[in-house]
Design a protein around this ligand. Sequence first.
Ligand code: GCB
Length: 610
Amino acid sequence: MTLRTGIIISLVTFSALLSSQQTHLSLRPSISLNGQWNYIVDPYENGFYNYRYEPYDSSHGIPRNAFFSNSKPRDRSDLIEYDFDRSDTIAVPSDWNTQKKQLFYYEGTVWYKKSFDYLKKNPSNRLFITFGAVNYQADVYLNGKKLGVHVGGFAPFNYEITDLIQDRDNFLIVKVDNKRKKEGVPTLNTDWWNYGGITRDVKIVETPETFIREHVLQLDRNDGNRIQGTISLGGTAVLQKSIVIEIPELNIKKEFQTDSTGNAVIDLRKNNIVRWSPENPKLYTVTIGTGNDKITERIGFRTVNTSGSKILLNDKPVFLRGISIHEESPFSKGRGHSSKDALQLLSWAKELGCNYVRLAHYPHNENMVHLADSMGILVWEEIPVYWTIAWNNPETYANAEEQLSAMISRDRNRASVIVWSMANETPVSDVRNMFLGKLAARARSLDGTRLISAALEQRSFPDNPNIRTIGDPFAEAVDILSFNQYIGWYDGVPSKCREIRWKINENKPVIVSEFGADAKYGFHADSLTRFSEEYQEYLYRETLEMLNTIPQLSGLSPWILVDFRSPRRTLPKIQDGWNRKGLISDNGEKKKAFYILQKYYSAKAREQQK
Ligand code: GCB
């Protein structure tokens, strides 16, 4: 059965019913399955296909050669050519590339296995297995039964396992395949490392039979005294149920009823709501209860709008002093996932003077947005619709839309998140415009309280190469006009910034979503020597001057906070597999340009206070 626009294929009926809807399970108490898992590297997918290349999945019963059967020889003459328990182990969550030397460049299939016991707290409870993210395709099996297939490397997903789990000796097997595909999202070509593996937490979550499946609580965009939202129940008895919302600090305790679809519409009024902002990241403890289910979350309330060329946060203009960030751990130098990684990255952003970050080029782990909420950092989130995508392929669109919906569902209670971005540097064409137009409409229908954008490109006027504009029809569909530009790096040397004039006619806020230059930390030379810290410093000075001439300029997210791995970057002794546009090196050392931006942001912050 194909569900959720073809992305989750669930083979278990009750799981299918839930998978067709978004479910918030990450807030609940859980049992972690993180830790060491056995793994088998399987480049030919020998554990998935027989020698006629027919998938074992489609056979009757569970063939013993299928790795997901986790078979053992019955006696000493029995032939079984794999054994998870005698195989090496690997840490979950993490990527395989930076854990195992021989898997550094590997793109293909790796099987993961975890055995566990589990005792239910209450016999009538339901159980789910949740994955924070697996890159890129996960085929998931519990005790030999297929739970489903999930495609897309940065989205959470879950399966109900109530009827499959045993008290003892469960085995969870995940076939992880990170092969890049032309029709994938992202596609074959990117400028970041294609880390494979179970890259975020794996948990077992137990809920009552009827439970709070999803909740959305946000400040009304046009009325700061009104909290609106919906609560959706899951389970068999979801109709006409009472739900109580409590926000003790605001003296709110109110009961609502679910309707004939199991949803309750929430409308709360209060005139003393302290609004969340970077200066005062106020979070309220919110409790939602129904029957014997209860969840608690810290939620901030704020509004974000635009007016002409201004971004208004809580009705006041804000300049977004930002930086772009990839999800890489400054500690392991692989895919980031932990709260420690998030704290280091966002603390550096704060030190730089940022009130805003662009999380590029895909949704980052949840620690980032939770921490941004508590540290008071505004966030742009995006999906990996990057460069060239198979615009004509309906499955590619379905995949992108699924990733967008999962991101919005996961993070729409985060006050810090103010922008949903649809794409990065995508070439203009009719099919692409339609693709992005549909995505933007979808984002607005899912969340009418945030701003929509996309990192577009800029171009010259036909008769004058020094006059630059955006010239992208998608500019009409966005609330914030954003574009990447590399004048002084891919386009001339930094002094060229002085020759450029910007002619942007739209009366919308402009964010320059990228600019930058590679610099190898510790390489010093004159300011025209490529890859020197001085060149990068010079480029930052010139670019900031130039961008200040754009009247609608409302924010920046230069490329990028920290050097990051990219197989495209091969220059020996300088890049060695790293994109060096970081203001901080992969070893945590600050380059000269860091201080140029820091100074610029401190002046901007002072201006804003006036
Ligand atoms: C870009 C891309 C970003 C690259 C960067 C670069 O425009 O959006 O993903 O890493 O340029 O370094 O070239």
